[in-house]
Design a protein around this ligand. Structure first.
Ligand code: FE2
Ligand code: FE2
Length: 263
């Protein structure tokens, strides 16, 4: 996998001839936390996205408080682009207890919203599979909560386990040439570096990495950890990238993936 960060302001017309054979170009950003006061922040850099990427992934926390007004801002900012837009929701998008309404507003704008589900896109002959889930917390190997004790603790970890199992199944189901995992919560601790260690259990779970490693995943993208680091790797060797906007500090990053079966 090669990668390059994209400038917030792009230039030039679409340049599909620059595309290496059997490659897909995945643009990604998370934690844009839109409301009307920052509406338009990303749009100038998105207008020429078709010349730079084949798909845009949104790694959750698209709104600040999960209101329908904020969701309409997301729809306006990320709707009608030259490439398909695939999103998962984040914890902020659940805060108003209206994730279904947020999802519908995004879907009405043509954005594909995944939750323990997947989609396969045809990217110039390469089948790009994307499976997505919000994910949840619980922590990482040696420093994780377990399904033990009080009902509340058991429910907390059971929620993560259920999400991870269904997310893994969605990953394994995709019939594709290149597979990408999209979550909001982190699957590994490396991409949390910079965050206080005390809150790691609220930022992700090793169970998400197990799901990612259970399939032929080429890349795992997440957000949520605003003070984290961009790069990590699952125990199974899958590249992980934290694309939270405060981490990548630009409108999106682009990751170039090669379809191994087609080389
Ligand atoms: Fe966030
Ligand atoms: Fe978050």
């Amino acid at each position: 996998m090669s990668e390059r960060g994209e400038a917030a302001v792009s230039s030039g017309a679409p340049r599909h001839t620059d595309r290496p054979p059997n490659c897909v170009r995945v643009a990604a950003v998370g934690d844009v936390h839109l409301d009307d006061d920052v509406l338009g922040r990303f749009r100038p850099a998105l207008e020429h996205l078709g010349g730079k990427a084949d798909v845009l992934l949104l790694a959750g926390d698209l709104t600040r408080h999960g209101t329908s007004d904020e969701a309409r801002c997301v729809a306006q900012e990320f709707g009608g682009l030259a490439v398909p837009v695939v999103a998962v929701l984040g914890n902020h998008d659940y805060h108003s207890d209206a994730p279904d309404e947020v999802t519908k507003i995004l879907e009405d704008a043509g954005i594909i919203v995944l939750e323990r589900s997947g989609v396969v896109l045809d990217c110039f002959g390469v089948r790009l599979g994307i499976a997505g889930a919000k994910g949840f917390g619980g922590g990482f190997a040696g420093r994780c909560a377990s399904e033990f004790g009080e009902p509340e603790m058991k429910a907390f970890i059971r929620h993560t386990r259920t999400i991870s199992e269904e997310f893994g199944a969605a990953l394994r189901e995709q019939q594709c040439d290149v597979l990408v995992a999209l979550t909001h919560y982190a699957p590994v601790p490396e991409t949390l570096l910079g965050e206080p260690p005390e809150i790691y259990p609220f930022l992700g779970s090793y169970l998400l990495a197990q799901a990612i490693d259970s399939a032929s995943t080429a890349l795992a993208v997440h957000g949520h950890a605003h003070a984290g680091s961009e790069r990590g790797m699952t125990p199974g060797g899958v590249s992980v990238r934290n694309v939270a906007h405060p981490v990548i500090k630009q409108a999106y990053n682009v990751y170039q993936l090669t379809a191994p079966a087609l080389v």
